[in-house]
Design a protein around this ligand. Structure first.
Ligand SMILES: NC(=O)c1ccc[n+]([C@@H]2O[C@H](COP(=O)([O-])OP(=O)(O)OC[C@H]3O[C@@H](n4cnc5c(N)ncnc54)[C@H](O)[C@@H]3O)[C@@H](O)[C@H]2O)c1
Ligand SMILES: O=c1ccn([C@@H]2O[C@H](COP(=O)(O)OP(=O)(O)O[C@H]3OC[C@@H](O)[C@H](O)[C@H]3O)[C@@H](O)[C@H]2O)c(=O)[nH]1
Length: 349
């Protein structure tokens, strides 16, 4: 019985971890693999994991959207290793835990090469599950609120099956299904490996997360608005502006991921901040906080943009004792500082 209350029948016991784990005389470190660790969330997760002196962290990343800069403080550290690797290729490393994050997350990047996005989610996740099976590691997969598509249930509990458009319409360039359906198949693979091979799995469904180190030209709404406000460019609201999102600050999210990995629940578990804002409200807040002179302009939207999104985090509260702490205004100010430093735009006194 998985402790999220659902039955997940395993046909096999979990694979045996490395004999090092049972060593009587040598207390080995916990070896943790973070795929996509050079990205936004991954690099913050690495910072958190490296705080524990018992952890050794291996990052693999192909640098499609991530950067070594995000990990510069750890390069050369004896407990840290960075490998350029694409998760669509098999990987042989000896580890105890796998945080599997590798995947472009911003719509402009995941739509750029949709077939590669699907391969990353499907073949990449298969490779990481194969690795977990061989070495007996516990594996956590970062799924997404996009598995709920354009949701017809609000807020979204984990039990909701979602409303995803699976059709890659030839005439509409770059729809979202490569990402949404890729993540849905990856979730299925996680649970099939759990049932069929006994792998210890954890599945997080992450809702829109923001914070320092997001790519400045990442294309997601919070980074766009902050960069635009600082550069004095119009804030681009994609129509209609009444669509909602719930924004979680990255330190809260990372805390939730670590709790999920360390706890007993397979998930899927929603991790997100239930505070819900329209895109227009977000633009107004950024304008007020960062640059009251900036104009707001309305631009065309992309197909299939979800109209509303808000996590039901009852499960995360009950099973992980987790809920977000950082309010949107405070998080935006922390992100402003980081963007100012990277764009070399100081605050007027
Ligand atoms: N940030 C969010 O709001 C959010 C919401 C839901 C889910 N997620 C998930 O969390 C994870 C991290 O997202 P993020 O916001 O940090 O995005 P990000 O783009 O900053 O990080 C993704 C990282 O994965 C790497 N990567 C991509 N494809 C790869 C491949 N084939 N092989 C190896 N590395 C690869 C990128 O170079 C990058 O470093 C993703 O799986 C994403 O789907 C994020
Ligand atoms: O400049 C912009 C960018 C975006 N938007 C709007 O802001 C909303 C949020 O867009 P984002 O691109 O930030 O993110 P989305 O919510 O569409 O997708 C995200 O969802 C969860 C994760 O899996 C991913 O990080 C990402 O796919 C959308 O309604 C979009 O139309 C703007 O109004 N202006």
């Amino acid at each position: 019985m998985a402790s999220n209350g659902e039955l997940h029948t395993r046909t096999k016991p979990p694979p045996t971890p490395s004999p090092l784990r049972f060593s009587k005389f040598f207390q080995s470190n916990m070896r943790i693999l973070v795929t996509g660790g050079a990205g936004f969330i991954g690099s913050h997760l690495v910072d958190k994991l490296m705080e524990n002196k018992k952890n050794e962290v291996i990052v693999v990343d192909n640098y499609f959207t991530g950067s070594k800069d995000n990990l510069s403080r750890w390069i050369g550290h004896p407990r840290f290793e960075l490998i350029r690797h694409d998760v669509t290729e098999p990987l042989l490393v000896e580890v105890d835990q796998i945080y599997h994050l590798a995947c472009p997350a911003s719509p402009i990047f995941y739509k750029y090469n949709p077939v590669k996005t699907i391969k990353t989610n499907v073949i990449g996740t298969l490779n990481m599950l194969g690795l977990a099976k061989r070495v007996g590691a516990r594996i956590l997969f970062t799924s997404t609120s996009e598995v709920y598509g354009d949701p017809l249930v609000h807020p979204q509990p984990e039990s909701y099956w979602g409303n995803v458009n699976p059709i890659e319409d030839f005439f509409i360039a770059g729809v979202r299904s490569c990402y949404d359906e890729g993540k849905r198949v990856a979730e299925t693979l996680m649970f099939d490996y759990h049932r069929q091979h006994g792998i210890e799995i954890r599945v997080a469904r992450i809702f829109n997360t923001y914070g320092p180190r997001m790519n400045i030209d990442d294309g997601r709404v919070v980074s766009n608005f902050i960069a635009q406000a600082l550069r004095g460019e119009p804030l681009t609201i994609q129509k209609p502006g009444s669509q909602t999102r719930s924004f979680c600050y990255v330190s809260d999210l990372v805390d939730g991921l670590v709790r999920l990995m360390e706890g007993d629940n397979t998930g899927p578990i929603n991790l997100g901040n239930p505070g819900e804002f329209t895109v227009l409200e977000l633009a107004d807040t950024v304008k007020e906080l960062i640059n009251p002179q900036v104009v707001i302009k309305t631009v065309e939207n992309t197909p299939d943009d979800p109209r509303q999104r808000k996590p039901d985090i009852t499960k995360a509260k009950e099973l992980l004792g987790w809920e977000p702490k950082v309010k949107l205004r405070d998080g935006l100010s922390l992100m402003e500082e980081d963007f100012r430093a990277r764009l070399c735009i100081s605050k007027k006194k």
